[in-house]
Design a protein around this ligand. Sequence first.
Ligand code: GDP
Length: 195
Amino acid sequence: LLHQAAFLKSAQIVEQCPPDEGLEVAFAGRSNAGKSSAINRLTGQRSLARTSKTPGRTQLLNFFTLDEQRRLVDLPGYGYAKVDKAVRMQWQEHLDDYLARRECLTGLVLLMDIRHPLREFDQLMLEWSARSGMPLLILLTKADKLKFGAAKSALMQVTKTLKDHPAPLRVQLFSATSGQGCEQAWDQLAEWLRI
Ligand code: GDP
């Protein structure tokens, strides 16, 4: 089903989102975390979510349909220094709004570069998950960039830091390049989307 993903629409504000029905899983991550690459890999489509985009032009919620009842959402990423503070605050507001209001959201995939985990943006998403009880799948991306031992140790470190997280949480290694972690991520998405 994930391979059937097709671009549906972009929304700048919650009012432009598709009707709040069915099931939705969202992907979030700082700019450059590897979010687009992960979405493309998981859906088996090379250019569904555009990789290497122009900063500032992609700060939209992008919706992809799987079938009539199921969707993936690419949430805006943060982290580009080039964008001024006022604009960033505005994205933050729209993102908060989406997270607070979206009833059909059943899970959140948080992507973090394995070499730079748990930055400010990630903490915000973790806090929101803790408050709302939203289940989280954390993908430590670009795992292929580290040797096996270093990747394993990064995984253990993040897992340990988050051991008291009050919402359901899974942390795993992921590589869009090698495909590492895809099977487990698919399993989690299938559960959330009741596929
Ligand atoms: P986004 O801004 O979070 O959507 O990040 P992108 O998917 O555009 O990836 C940012 C950069 O990291 C690009 O140059 C990708 O080619 C690279 N990248 C993404 N995933 C991987 C991965 O699994 N392994 C490696 N080696 N590079 C990756």
